[in-house]
Ligand binder design. Structure first.
Ligand SMILES: C[S@@+](CC[C@H](N)C(=O)[O-])C[C@H]1O[C@@H](n2cnc3c(N)ncnc32)[C@H](O)[C@@H]1O
Length: 231
């Protein structure tokens, strides 16, 4: 029986580090019990933020592989990541955009966002280990502030953030999102209640998104921005 092939083109030490980081993230998540409990704790914001200070809560490995493939297929070079934590998913975004930039000569960057300075510092350490830091513009602080300015035309937005922040983040980026740009939102099945306002917005025909829920664990929403042309 063949195993699922990895699409990631990266030096072996980077592949090995990513495997270790995903394993550490899963181990932590198992220790803080089910993701369901995690989602409900998100409501008690302060307590939840404290609990999450030393947690990866990394995007699942298969979802990271999908994002990497999608960026490559789209030829995307400008990506925004809402919620960076220790920067695991960011490594995939940086690898994929760097490879596209090298192949096409296009410019671009991954804008990473994290409100906790200590988490951001750890993420930077991993990026240096992978040699991808030059492809990442890390913005430390509340993303609703740090994403207000200096955002180029965006190819892809990854929403891996507390659900209450998802719609405000999308609305901050929307004026910069290119036609055919993609929004990916994590856990839209398990977190459907928290994402109600976001999903209502994405699915309202007048807002111009074409949506599908990808069948990854807990759901992974893919929304393509196809606004009607102004006449
Ligand atoms: C689910 S984690 C991101 C995981 C990351 N994408 C990965 O795969 O490794 C969400 C992160 O968003 C951060 N966060 C929460 N509120 C934020 C805000 N207002 N601005 C920036 N970051 C925030 C949290 O501190 C947390 O580390």
């Amino acid at each position: 029986m063949s195993t699922n092939p990895s699409p990631i083109r990266a030096p072996q030490h980077v592949v090995d580090l990513l495997s270790r980081l995903h394993a550490a993230s899963l181990e932590q998540e198992a220790a803080i019990s089910s993701k369901k409990k995690l989602a409900s704790q998100r409501d008690a914001r302060c307590e939840f933020d404290k609990l999450m200070l030393d947690k990866f809560i990394a995007l699942d490995e298969d979802k990271c592989h999908f994002v990497y493939q999608l960026i490559t297929a789209m030829g995307a070079t400008n990506v925004v990541e809402a919620g960076t934590s220790f920067g695991v998913s960011t490594i995939y975004l940086a690898l994929a955009t760097a490879q596209t930039k090298a192949a096409t000569g296009k410019k671009g960057t991954v804008i990473a966002t994290e409100k906790e300075p200590q988490k951001a510092a750890i993420a930077q350490g991993y990026w240096e280990e992978c040699g991808v830091e030059e492809h990442i513009d890390l913005r430390v602080g509340d993303l609703l502030e740090t994403l207000k300015n200096d955002v180029p035309e965006v190819d892809l937005l990854l929403l891996d953030i507390w659900s209450t922040l998802a719609l405000p983040t999308l609305k901050t980026i929307l004026p910069k999102l290119r036609r055919g740009g993609v929004i990916l939102t994590d856990n839209t099945i398990s977190g459907a209640e928290g994402y109600k306002d976001l999903l209502t917005f994405l699915r309202a025909p007048e807002n111009g998104f074409q949506n599908t829920t990808l069948p990854y664990t807990n759901g992974f929403e893919m929304s393509i921005y196809l606004p009607k042309k102004q006449v």
